[in-house]
Design a protein around this ligand. Sequence first.
Ligand SMILES: C[S@@+](CC[C@H](N)C(=O)[O-])C[C@H]1O[C@@H](n2cnc3c(N)ncnc32)[C@H](O)[C@@H]1O
Ligand code: SF4
Length: 382
Amino acid sequence: MVHQLEIGVAWPQNVVLGLTSRCNFSCVTCNPHRHDEVGQLAVRDSYTDMPEAVFLKLEDLFRHAKTVSMGGVGEPTISHNFIERIQWIRSLNPNIQITIFTNGTTLSSTHAVEKLARAIDYLHVSVGGLASYEEIMIGGSLEQTLGNLEALRKVRRRTGRPQRVELGVVLMRSNVDDLVGLTKLACEMEFDRIAFKDLWVFDEKLKAESLRHDPELAGQIRRHLVKARDVGIPIRCEPWPELSTRIVRPGHFIKCSFGALRSGHLWPTHSTFAYWLRIMQGKLDKRRRSSRWWGNSPLLKMSPVCHSPWEMAQVTETGNVLLCCEGMTELGNIREKSFWEVWTNGTASSYRTGMLNGVYYGACVSCKYVSSESKSFVRKSG
Ligand SMILES: C[S@@+](CC[C@H](N)C(=O)[O-])C[C@H]1O[C@@H](n2cnc3c(N)ncnc32)[C@H](O)[C@@H]1O
Ligand code: SF4
């Protein structure tokens, strides 16, 4: 139990902010909002918005952060003083990059879209399916969502904002037949990218929807995704990163423009220089870790498996601070203390020193980002 080494702690660059736990939908995928067999909410805690006193305590954090992303466990766009709060964050830090995850319901008029679009930089709209939309996103209407996406498209054409928009789809049995259609929709509505995400499984019902638990379903989804690549819009594919693609315009090998400017070729992501650089870094890391001499060297200790404990903070609507967005690394609450006090407290320090010394604490022990490769040479504790 010796953990002396801890590199300097600065303000986190990336903030995941939960403005509310309330939502106007109860999607079947969503742990806090889905209903059980008798139609009751699966989790019956009282859902709330972040109180003003908690929000204001984040002033210094917003001044120092590079990005803030709002999604959390509810629908941010229905939270208390939503636009005013975003505008306040921007006034504190004009260069901060603001991302919103939304189910798209409040994009219901050109005026509403424009107000939101001007306040943020990136927008991620979650869509459950096409034919399957209303079975998955309970409380939503496909017709209404399509109208809202059209309003977003028009505003974006006119104003160029938000800078980037992404359509997000959680892959599951119920929407497998909609995957190509959803990709075409993203293309028609001039999204920059479609993101296919892996389903987190919370119960037996969701397990039956999960491609991770069914090789036949995985094969079926994969085939649909291969077809989706032909639609010609960039794809981010979480379960199979090798299926990810991006648009590359001649002369823009790494940085490129998407959306209405789309005119280049579609390339698999792994053809980019950045991809190969990451692969090479991974190989070097592996060699360094597996070598006996390097395995015990201070160099290993200065290269943690995960950087989140230094770079990312999640703040929930109740004021809880967590070290990353995985939802389990709780450090404390800012109702009684300042953010900085919580961010630098003993719990945070033990996560960081553990990470540097190859001994993991608390939630990091079972985190998916601590890969099996790393687990073979690190020790765990607590
Ligand atoms: C919980 S929602 C909150 C923001 C907003 N209400 C929305 O739907 O985008 C954040 C993201 O989690 C995704 N999500 C919900 N349930 C999921 C599950 N079981 N597995 C993976 N992602 C899920 C949603 O698709 C959404 O993109
Ligand atoms: S819209 Fe988002 S927060 Fe609301 S139930 Fe669906 S996934 Fe959950």
